[in-house]
Design a protein around this ligand. Structure first.
Ligand SMILES: [Zn+2]
Length: 201
């Protein structure tokens, strides 16, 4: 059972403790800049961590509204910049998400693909699982001929800590149906979504 209010209370309590820890490192947490920090940080974390129930409901509703179409070629929504946090460090991840599917009689409103990417990214989830889920949903829920997802992630846990990987992106891809069975289809998708160089920041 999701409890958004309870989550905010825990976030606040947690950030107050983190601030106390920062104070122990010799920083003046009574400084004006820190006064409302616990509340601001909690709000920011809540924005990066959607309630899973709300997220599932919105995704289900979005994928149930389709339009009839004769088009049966690849539909791609590419380079959607989305944000989330990694479950291992709770640090932000900037994603660039490309998704595609090959419709079978029904298509999704094109803006919905971007919305889907943004929604699913705003969770404490592994990039690998996010990629898998995008392809699975576009294949199963749309009853499409196939679906694919290609995700590039700039992970703050890699970029900002000691890993010396400031520019390193994690790249994951997942394919279903026709994209899996036909190498040429998969190749076409990959070529289209990697055609321009990475430029996340
Ligand atoms: Zn991490």
């Amino acid at each position: 059972m999701a409890d958004t209010e309870g989550a905010m209370k825990c976030f606040l309590e947690g950030y107050r403790l983190i601030l106390e820890g920062i104070g122990k490192l010799g920083y003046n947490i009574r400084d004006e800049n820190f006064i409302d920090t616990a509340r601001r940080a909690s709000k920011a974390l809540a924005q990066m961590t959607l309630c899973s129930k709300d997220c599932d409901a919105e995704v289900a509703q979005m994928l149930s509204r389709t339009f009839p179409a004769k088009y049966e070629e690849m539909v791609i929504s590419k380079h959607n910049v989305s944000f989330g946090i990694c479950p291992h460090h709770l640090l932000p991840v900037i994603y660039r998400i490309s998704v595609a599917y090959i419709p079978q009689k029904q298509v999704l409103g094109i803006s919905k693909l971007s919305r889907l990417a943004a929604l699913l990214a705003r969770r404490p989830i592994l990039q690998e699982d996010l990629t898998h889920e995008l392809a699975r949903l576009l294949h199963e829920k749309l009853e499409s001929k196939g679906a694919a997802a290609y995700v590039e992630g700039l992970h703050m846990c890699m970029a900002a800590r000691g890993a010396q990987a400031h520019e390193a992106r994690v790249v994951t891809s997942a394919v279903r149906g026709a994209f899996l069975d036909q190498p040429a289809t998969r190749q076409e998708f990959l070529e289209l979504v990697t055609a321009t160089p990475l430029n996340l920041l």
